[in-house]
Unconditional design. Structure first.
Lengths: 312, 312
């Protein structure tokens, strides 16, 4: 069985932590133990991951040092975060494999994702990135940089960037080769570094591709048997946060689409995860599951999590 | 023909520049044009590169933001620099290949290099990293962190870290696979992220492996026909900076060893390049050349640069 796994933020470092390397190593050690359970049961893994808090910290470092070091644009910061997270993740995975006497090894392939320069997302930035600011701070930065800001639920302001759809990966051929060779491959971290094709050039853009949609694209590319989206909750819920809240074991593509259209799942969190599962299954993928890292083996083998399937 | 190319700092951004992304893109565009000349002539390329100024800037950013974002240790900063430089280099290479209608594509594989925890280098840190400080600044940081500092020719102080020998790469198998598949592979940037094996674990260490020695190790691994060390000068000189200065076309391993032992080549610059060439050729490698990026085609095909060979 081949699975594409999308790791959420909680798999990389504790929510509300400082984001130190020690914290990341501890979280990644636990994450890698769960994933090694799958490798031990002969599941071939392609692993994608988020990078929100990590690239946020890199962007903040750019800002604090801006008088001394020229800040790198977002695409370059995204590539730095792939290096940072990919390195720590590969090291944690290899260590978990070695402890169990498994011969499988992990590697990280730096990945660029091609997006369409005419994607409507470029006209409507929605994805918050980097630190939060007071209104006057945000206004000053907007004036200096032309960046777009939006107000958050906590009344602080954050920069928003476009979140275009992933079309394909620049590194598709080598990606398939290393996966076919049987390695555990870490790829397309943070949704991939978004690039557009302009004549004969590739150019990085100031945008963030949703990591779950990228994972779905990756799952289609590698003909995965399973798209596995790991997050902080065990199952998807309908009526979330209301007295009618109900955990869902199984959704057909039609039901999922209906619930998405009804605004049942929040745009910034569960929405794109459901959408990614729908994308994959509707395009012929056999099975997609949203589950927690703690119950990952159940999600793959024993019916844990919320499964999205083509038909009843 | 297969060549392992080690790119020096001047190939990545202008010496004395600010290190902005625009500057890096411009330098990498020129570098990629030179390298595409080789690809056009059917040379298979494995590309390694330095990261001194880039990781120095990342370390400086850690420092300026340290009250707000936990600084990452050196191994993680090295991985970030592989992401940063690897991304920009792959993009520049692919664009150069596309402009010429070449079907070859580049990719970057994040690379860890295994070093020996008992390498004597760990008892004698020699490699300057990161920003330079006044004496009181350096003393304060040394007191807080335990870092070792040394005085530089300009009377400023810089942190020094150990520079152990590269033994092997964690990612050797996939590295060979993607090279055999015919891709241009960017690997082991900044000399590779140095790790030690400790029981069943891999652990990053605060050290820097010399990028030219790493390139020589890479050249042995992939059975390269040529180790090509690109730097700012066209040829190696003996008597450098004296009235007796003389450019050298060719050195045997025995001559090179004699000159190294005589202290003819400075430790921080030409020394490790010669040493890397000697390493490769003495281990059975056919040919090693030190040359400038401008004359890279001559160096490969027409006798430019300084060649290190086994015998006369």
């Amino acid at each position: 069985m081949r699975a594409v796994v999308a790791l959420g933020g909680n798999a990389l470092s504790p929510v509300g932590g400082t984001g130190s390397a020690e914290e990341m190593r501890a979280s990644l050690r636990a994450t890698s133990e769960s994933l090694a359970d799958l490798v031990e049961r002969d599941v071939g893994l392609v692993i994608s991951h988020g990078n929100g808090p990590q690239v946020g910290r890199i962007l903040l470092q750019q800002e604090y040092a801006a008088d001394h070091v020229p800040p790198m644009p977002m695409d370059v910061c995204g590539a730095e975060s792939q290096g940072q997270i990919g390195y720590l993740l590969v090291q944690a995975l290899d260590s978990a494999f070695r402890r169990r006497g498994l011969s499988t090894r992990a590697l990280c392939l730096l990945t660029q994702v091609v997006v369409d320069g005419r994607d409507p997302a470029f006209r409507r930035p929605t994805k918050p990135v980097g630190p939060s600011y007071s209104r006057p701070q945000a206004q000053r930065i907007a004036h200096q940089t032309g960046h777009v800001f939006t107000i958050m639920p906590d009344k602080r302001w954050r920069r928003v960037v476009p979140s275009p759809k992933p079309l394909r990966f620049v590194e598709e051929t080598p990606l398939l080769e290393v996966i076919e060779a049987g390695h555990v491959v870490v790829a397309a971290g943070g949704g991939g570094v978004p690039v557009v094709e302009h004549r004969n050039e590739l150019r990085g853009v100031e945008a963030v591709v949703d990591k779950d949609l990228t994972a779905a694209r990756l799952a289609r590319l590698v003909h995965a048997d399973l798209l596995l989206i790991l997050t902080a909750v065990d199952k998807v819920a309908t009526g979330y946060g209301t007295p009618a809240e109900r955990a869902v074991d199984r959704l057909t593509v039609a039901e999922a689409k209906r619930l998405l259209a009804a605004g049942e799942f929040p745009e910034g969190s569960m929405g794109p995860k459901i959408e990614a599962c729908v994308d994959f299954v509707a395009a012929g993928g056999s099975r997609a599951v949203i589950a927690s890292l703690e119950h990952v083996t159940d999600a793959v083998f024993g019916g844990g999590g919320t499964e999205i399937v083509a038909h009843d």
